[in-house]
Design a protein around this ligand. Structure first.
Ligand SMILES: N=CN[C@@H](CCC(=O)O)C(=O)O
Ligand SMILES: [Zn+2]
Length: 431
């Protein structure tokens, strides 16, 4: 006889639900005071959604006659939502370990980019790679993220910079979305750099007249699902006007605006994003006070990427100023060939130490707020009834160990659960 529920996680010392009033995001005090239930259990139904979460005694009474496909005894452990990584570039060929050496020796990100390396190096290799090769390496990278507790991840295109390769990348992301357990939010980032041999105006024209119309056809035919549109708004890359026209065109196709802004220079990207109703802007190392105020007012999330500032030795994004102003702060790993990090626990640790966030703020930023940045906080990012049963079971009675034990997530994360299914994260694949 089949059981009537998928999973019971019982007797956890702590269940960190994050919030419990259907909040779509948290700011200020809400990020500091996460909702945690002591001695608690979680029930996930056959549909993979959370059916109940509450004190263990109440749940065991309520479900005394119920049957479950699987029961996890979480005594001495804690439970928290699956982590959400709001910014990654995981589809590419050709690593850039040689550039890491150059940067350690003093070259800046833009020195390498202008010399034809950086994104251009990756574009050359990604254009030449066959889709199955890209899918294989993407699968391995996503498996690594899953092992580190990420259950929803944003994945960008952006190493094609022309129609054929951008579509190839989005198709690879689509295949992964349909075949792998991890949840994916897909982003078209055809404006990640100005391709060699083109001006900004020519690249913008190609995106508006060639790439976006084809995406529209593929999306309408149901071949591709694309959720977000992205532009690298930066001096020497896409200026404010080009950024505006590309983002606006994407919005007209129904895509959420979620772009790179104010990273290396103050560009007024934050003000532009607020004006266009952007769901999120990433980086913001150089955001101004006016930009922060505009984002707070517009409900545009700031996706902060502690690995970028760390690796490139940039000034840290002013997380405290953003938090104090009431900006919705989220986190992302920025996994890409420049910043090779698949671990949101490490990202949270860096956010706490280098950006002076508290552990509660970092966890809110890596769950409910990151889900908001991807337009998914109605279904992900907290352990509330009706949301997806995506959670982590930690081998420790206090959740803070996930941030405190730098690099210790492999030993700490006992189970990764997606829609009530315990995922086998043991397969190791080459990257
Ligand atoms: N800043 C632009 N894009 C990426 C880097 C991509 C690359 O260097 O390949 C980022 O978010 O850090
Ligand atoms: Zn990026």
């Amino acid at each position: 006889m089949s059981s009537n529920h998928r999973l019971l996680v019982e007797n956890a010392d702590q269940v960190v639900v994050i919030c419990n009033h259907g909040e779509k995001f948290l700011t200020k005090e809400g990020m500091k005071n996460l909702s945690v239930i002591q001695n608690a259990s979680v029930v996930i139904g056959r549909d993979g959604l959370i059916e109940a979460v509450g004190p263990s005694k109440a749940i065991s009474l309520q479900y005394s006659g119920a049957s479950f496909d699987k029961v996890i005894d979480a005594k001495g452990m804690c439970v928290l939502p699956g982590l959400v990584d709001a910014h990654t570039h995981p589809v590419w060929a050709g690593d850039r370990v040689h550039e890491f050496a150059m940067k350690l020796a003093g070259a800046t990100y833009m020195d390498v980019h202008r010399a034809g390396g950086g994104i251009h190096f990756t574009v050359e290799h990604t254009r030449a790679a066959a889709a199955p090769e890209l899918l294989g390496s993407l699968g391995s990278r996503l498996a690594r993220m899953l092992r580190a507790g990420t259950t929803l991840v944003e994945c960008k295109s952006g190493y094609g910079l022309e129609l054929q390769t951008e579509v190839k990348m989005l198709e690879v992301i689509e295949k992964a979305r349909r075949s792998l357990p991890i949840n994916i939010s897909s982003t078209y980032c055809g404006a990640h750099a100005v391709p060699k041999g083109k001006t900004v105006a020519e690249a913008t024209e190609d995106i508006l007249q060639v790439q976006l119309p084809r995406l529209k056809e593929l999306m309408s035919a149901g071949t591709l699902r694309v959720d977000n549109i992205d532009v690298f708004c930066e001096q020497g890359v896409f200026d404010l006007d080009a950024t505006r026209s590309i983002l606006q065109a994407g919005k007209e196709l129904g895509l959420n605006i979620n772009f790179h802004g104010d990273e290396l220079h103050p560009m007024n990207s934050a003000q532009l994003g607020a004006e266009l109703g952007a769901l999120a802007i990433s980086h913001l190392e150089e955001v101004t006070d006016e930009g922060i105020a505009a984002m707070a007012m517009a409900g545009t999330a700031a996706v902060l990427l502690p690995t970028t500032a760390y690796i490139l030795r940039l000034p840290q994004p002013r997380a405290r100023a953003m938090l104090d102003a009431g900006v919705i702060v989220a986190l992302g790993s920025d996994f890409n060939p420049n910043a090779f990090c698949c671990s949101m626990p490490i990202v949270m640790h860096l956010a706490c130490v280098n950006m002076r966030m508290t552990m509660s703020e970092a966890l809110a930023a890596a769950t409910i707020n990151a889900a908001y940045a991807l337009g998914r906080s109605d279904t992900h990012g907290s352990l509330e009834v009706g949301k997806h049963g995506d959670l982590l079971v930690l081998n420790n009675s206090r959740w803070e160990h996930l941030i405190y034990q730098l690099g210790g997530h492999r030993e700490l994360i006992r189970h990764v659960v997606i829609k009530g299914n315990v995922i086998n994260t043991d397969q190791t694949m080459p990257l």
